[in-house]
Structure formats: structure tokens, C-alpha cells
Design a protein around this ligand. Structure first.
Ligand code: NCD
Length: 312
């Protein structure tokens, strides 16, 4: 059986092209499973997974939990705002206590970049990064790429734009790594204040002109403005932001081509995307959500197979 080259999923940066191929192949199988009348497989009956969320989440948390349940794993859920973290417990202590309950795998979201990496060096369990601050969000990038593959078949030479708050976005960084690995051309587009200074070193084009970027691209991934991570004002007003960087029908109509529209959610309707476009045929936002469960089943299954060779 083919295996991943890694024992944890900390970021796309640490994966190889063959890992992506194996994850997509496995996710294609699981997508078929979750569309059957009986959506569950017994593969992970002996595996216990803890979902540790130190930061709010709806989609990612539900998607991981559903993926774990579809694989028949035992699932523990932990949210920091209802826990002893509020009493001053350290991350390592919290996790070690949970692991003492014989947990095999930890899915963790944390506000600090590098938190998943830190943990993987200290605890004897498999770690999946479900978003670490402004750093990486590997499962999101994998589901975005898988959704684009579903549309285009192959991403080699495809032109993908990532638009919005690149500076604070872990989705942007993980997407750049994944899309480049798959041979796509990537442009990041945002107001200058929301573009990280050294981003061109990642081999992406940079633009502050949304109209030009839309003319260039085959697909556009619209990111949310991450107000909760902003310590100062990066643009004059939300109104001005959406006038310059909001995806609307008025912007798309003159292009005379159908661009595929992605959004990782949560959407700020009327800010980075209009409701009309978010709910239109060309938006694959709900496909992304469906694919997210299959991709997370694939990630968990493949990592669990490395823990326990009897998993089939
Ligand atoms: C993203 C995240 O949390 O990084 N959302 C998600 O995982 N579905 C993007 C965002 O919060 O804007």
C-alpha cells in the first residue's frame, strides 16, 4: 500500500507531489463512499482522535468531526473557551492530559503560528494542523485544490488568483504551496497594505489591480478580510475595500468568460463577494465544503495507516 512521506500534517510545505496525488486519489474514493446510502466505513474503529480547537471554527471543526465519524473513529472534542486553558494551563499540559487518555491523533487549531509544529516535537501522537494563526491551513488548501481539479481535471498551466487579505491568511500561504506544486500559475491580488513584503519569493505574481487579475485568471479564490487579526487600519473603509476588491456581477460581466469562484468561508457577503456571485453557478463554495469531508477522511485515514498497519 502507498504511504504518505510524513507522519503529521503540519503544512503543505512539508509534503511532496506524490503525497498530494495519494491524498486526492484516496479522497476520490471517500467522496464516492459519502455519497452512498450507507456513508460510513469501519476503517478507524480502533483509533481515537481529539479535536482541539483553541480558536473559533465552524466549517473546519464540523468537517473534521464528520470525517472522523464517517471513518468510525472515536472522537473527543475540546474547545479552549470552555476549558482549563482559561485557568492558565499551558498548551503542552493540556495536550499531555488529553493524550494520557490514550488518544492516537490530534487535530488542532491554534492562534499561534507554529503551534502544531511545536506540539509534534513534544507529544507522541499524530498531529494534524487545522490552522495555526496566520501560518498554514493545509486541509483547506488540499480541499481547494481538489475542488479545482474537479473543475479543470489538471492544474498544470492553469491561472489561479488569490484575492484579499493575503497578509493575515493561512489559507493563502497553504494554497500557494499546493497550487505551485501542482503546476498552476498563481497571482496574489490585494491592496498593497495586505500583501506580505517577501511574497514574490514564493514564485507568485503580485497585483494590486483586481480588474487586470480577473482578466488574467481561470479561477479566483476570494479571501475574507481577517478583522480579528488586524492591529491597525489596513485600508480606509470596508466600503472602499469592497469597491476596489469586491467580486460582483458588474466586475465579471465585461470579462466574457466564466471564472470559477472559490471562497473558504466564512463569507462576508457584500464585502469581498456579493451574494449574487456567492450563490451563482460559477461559485463552487458548497462543493468545497463537500470535498472538505472527503479530503479530511483521506488525510486521517492515510496518517492513521502509518500508526497502525492493520488499517485497511
Ligand atoms: C479560514 C480560516 O479559518 O483560516 N476558514 C476556514 O477554515 N474555513 C478562512 C477565514 O477564516 O477567513
Amino acid at each position: 500500500m502507498k504511504a504518505l512521506s510524513v507522519s503529521h500534517l503540519l503544512g503543505i510545505k512539508y509534503l511532496k507531489n506524490e503525497d498530494l496525488e495519494l491524498i486526492f486519489e484516496t479522497a476520490t474514493h471517500f467522496k464516492e463512499v459519502i455519497n452512498r446510502p450507507i456513508k460510513k466505513v469501519p476503517s478507524l474503529r480502533d483509533i481515537t482522535i481529539a479535536n482541539l480547537f483553541f480558536e473559533n471554527s465552524t466549517r473546519t471543526k464540523l468537517s473534521f468531526e464528520l470525517a472522523e465519524k464517517r471513518l468510525s473513529a472515536d472522537v473527543l472534542n475540546f474547545s479552549a473557551n470552555q476549558s482549563s486553558v482559561k485557568k492558565g494551563e499551558t498548551l503542552e499540559d493540556t495536550v499531555n492530559n488529553i493524550l494520557a487518555m490514550k488518544v492516537d491523533m490530534v487535530v488542532m487549531r491554534h492562534p499561534h503560528p507554529g503551534a502544531a509544529h511545536f506540539l509534534s516535537n513534544r507529544v507522541n501522537s499524530c498531529i494534524i494542523n487545522a490552522g495555526d494563526g496566520t501560518h498554514e491551513h493545509p486541509s483547506q488548501a488540499l480541499l481547494d485544490a481538489f475542488s479545482l481539479l474537479g473543475k479543470f481535471g489538471d492544474l498544470a498551466g492553469k491561472r489561479i488568483a488569490i484575492v484579499g487579505d493575503i497578509l493575515h491568511s493561512r489559507v493563502a500561504l497553504s494554497n500557494i504551496y499546493a497550487l505551485k506544486m501542482l503546476g498552476a500559475e498563481v497571482t496574489v491580488c490585494a491592496p498593497k497594505s495586505l500583501l506580505p513584503r517577501h511574497i514574490s519569493a514564493l514564485g507568485v505574481k503580485i497585483s494590486t489591480n483586481f480588474e487586470e487579475t480577473l482578466k488574467w485568471c481561470d479561477a479566483v479564490n476570494m479571501l475574507r478580510v481577517q478583522n480579528e487579526r488586524m492591529d491597525l487600519n489596513y485600508f480606509p473603509s470596508t466600503r472602499e475595500y469592497s469597491q476596489n476588491f469586491g467580486l460582483t456581477r458588474e466586475r465579471l460581466l465585461p470579462l466574457r468568460k466564466e471564472i470559477v469562484v472559490l471562497h473558504p468561508g466564512p463569507i462576508n457577503r457584500g464585502v469581498e463577494i456579493s451574494s449574487e456571485i456567492a450563490d451563482s453557478e460559477q461559485a463552487i463554495i458548497l462543493d468545497q465544503v463537500e470535498n472538505g469531508v472527503a479530503i479530511r477522511m483521506a488525510i486521517i485515514y492515510l496518517l492513521a495507516s502509518k500508526l497502525n498497519s492493520t488499517i485497511v
